[in-house]
Write a protein that binds this ligand. Structure first.
Ligand SMILES: *[C@@H]1O[C@H](CO)[C@@H](O)[C@H](O)[C@H]1NC(C)=O
Ligand SMILES: *[C@@H]1O[C@H](CO)[C@@H](O)[C@H](O)[C@H]1NC(C)=O
Ligand SMILES: *[C@@H]1O[C@H](CO)[C@@H](O)[C@H](O)[C@H]1NC(C)=O
Length: 204
């Protein structure tokens, strides 16, 4: 059924009007228990020089973008964010992660693994406004080859999710897998965004 989900452009209006997301009322992250065996292969994830962000909840794109721009959220329109974001990430194994986008902007985050869950870490921006985008990211699903799905509990109480990928687009098969998964966790997958990378000026 995911093919029928209205795409982001239809959701932009509601985001601009106010960041009151239905997804915030379910709290799937906090009910996720530690897996019996690790979900994610840390060697694989840390070997990736660039992680694309082809599909994510709309609230997530907004938070990530506003944090990279370091602007007041009320001065950022999701419509411009959507076309210029071109967001990529690198997760280093040393407690640092770097986000890139908007034609060359970068932002560094400190990451701290949770002691009781190897698939989860907390993150907070280094310097700047730390209130826009910080929280706990918990990777729940991956093939250890092409993509990983993470649920994110932001420190402002919002719940979101995103898919990291080795390629700028997901296959239709992977997209169906992650959207079904997000729905089963209780997320409202009408509010999701597909980032496009083909028109990025700077390939980051
Ligand atoms: C976790 O799940 C239980 C049972 O499904 C529910 O009662 C509880 O409110 C949930 N907690 C959170 C923080 O979502
Ligand atoms: C991914 O790697 C982790 C850690 O090695 C492993 O526990 C998990 O089963 C792997 N998953 C897949 C789908 O290969
Ligand atoms: C982690 O590694 C990256 C890449 O080598 C580097 O830029 C960053 O400064 C390192 N962070 C820390 C805390 O050592």
């Amino acid at each position: 059924m995911w093919q029928l989900v209205p795409l982001t452009l239809l959701c932009i209006t509601s985001v601009v009007q106010g960041l009151s997301f239905r997804a915030s009322t379910n709290q799937p992250c906090f009910n996720i228990s530690k897996p019996e065996t690790p979900v994610l292969d840390p060697k694989w994830i840390h070997s990736l020089e660039k992680i694309y962000y082809p599909v994510m909840s709309t609230v997530h794109l907004y938070r990530v973008a506003v944090d990279l721009l370091q602007k007041d959220p009320k001065d950022v329109r999701l419509s411009t964010v959507y076309y210029d974001a071109c967001i990529t990430w690198t997760l280093f194994g040393n407690g640092t992660s770097v986000q890139r986008g908007f034609n060359g902007l970068t932002r560094e985050y400190e990451t701290t693994p949770l002691s009781d869950n190897p698939d989860a870490f907390t993150f907070v921006g280094v310097g700047g406004n730390k209130d826009i985008y910080a929280g706990t990211l918990n990777t729940l699903l991956t093939d250890n080859k092409t993509f990983f799905f993470s649920a994110i509990c932001l420190s402002n109480g919002e719940m979101s999710w995103g898919v990291g990928s080795t390629t700028p687009t997901l296959t239709e098969e992977t997209k169906k897998i992650v959207l079904d998964y997000a729905t089963n966790l209780g997320f409202n997958t009408e509010d999701f965004t597909e980032l496009k990378y083909d028109s990025c000026k700077n390939k980051n």
